[in-house]
Design a protein around this ligand. Structure first.
Ligand code: SF4
Length: 256
């Protein structure tokens, strides 16, 4: 487990690593890039690179966190990958069930398996379930998410690579939007972001704008958050029409 630079969480916990690509959002997967780098660097946890690997020795780590923490589960994998046995997913859930002081954020591109396993998982209130939605081709993931028992349901709209119109956000509590970063990043248009934000406002969904991805994608070159050292610096900056959007589906709407 390690402290995270991701703006919407505090720690990452990876009881599995590795994955394989399922849709356009995976094209420039950072987890793949980082896993391969860590393998080359000789990190024993990544000896299999980006091949799916279970790490049962990492399961108990959340018990060691001293204070209530927001934890992103599997930043380097997908907990609902088809090769992870249900029994192992249940073990991950047991740890989350036994540590209600922490908030867990699970994100998947495979919600059909969440639905399949749903009744065999204990959805305590501290478990937030999210799906990635990068373009209109995968919006059915949102409907599948609605059929799960998670009490907080969220969307990670990152990288946003196309317009998302007429979203039905009934039953969704939170949406994070972000542009792609990295060498081969695909540009995100301002209209796409504004449109999602307006749909969130209209449907009372908390909205978090994470980043433009690259400074050249940011329509406001004077955005102060482009600069390193700004309190809310993010890749490419994170202001949208002059405002920083960091709403959260928790009481004070801020990371603790
Ligand atoms: S599902 Fe996530 S972790 Fe897996 S390849 Fe796609 S982007 Fe990477």
């Amino acid at each position: 487990m390690s402290k995270s630079n991701i703006e919407w969480t505090e720690y990452t916990w990876n009881p599995t690593t590795g994955c394989n690509k399922v849709s356009a959002g995976c094209k420039n997967c950072y987890a793949e890039l980082l896993s391969n780098r860590l393998k080359e660097a000789g990190n024993p946890k990544y000896q299999h690179g980006f091949d799916l690997t279970l790490h049962p020795n990492q399961l108990k780590i959340p018990f060691n966190l001293q204070k209530p923490t927001i934890v992103f589960v599997n930043s380097m994998s997908d907990l609902f990958h088809e090769r992870i046995p249900l029994q192992y997913i249940q073990k991950v859930f047991e740890v989350m069930n036994q540590t209600p002081q922490h908030t867990y954020q699970i994100l998947t591109k495979r919600p059909e398996l969440v639905v399949k396993y749903n009744n065999q998982l204990n959805w305590t209130a501290n478990i937030w379930m999210g799906v990635s939605v990068e373009d209109e081709k995968v919006i059915e993931r949102i409907e599948l998410l609605k059929n799960t028992g998670a009490q907080i349901k969220f969307l990670s709209i990152e990288p946003l690579i196309g317009p998302l119109v007429n979203l039905n956000l009934n039953g969704i509590h939170w949406a994070i939007v972000g542009g792609e970063s990295g060498l081969k990043a695909r540009p995100m248009q301002k209209d796409w972001v504004v449109d999602v934000r307006e749909q969130c406002i209209a449907q009372k969904v908390k909205f978090f704008f994470k980043q433009w991805g690259k400074p050249e994608f940011n329509p406001n070159q004077n955005d102060p958050t482009i600069k390193y050292g700004h309190q809310y610096h993010a890749k490419g900056g994170c202001m949208l029409e002059g405002k920083i959007w960091r709403q959260m589906p928790i009481k004070n709407e801020q990371l603790v």
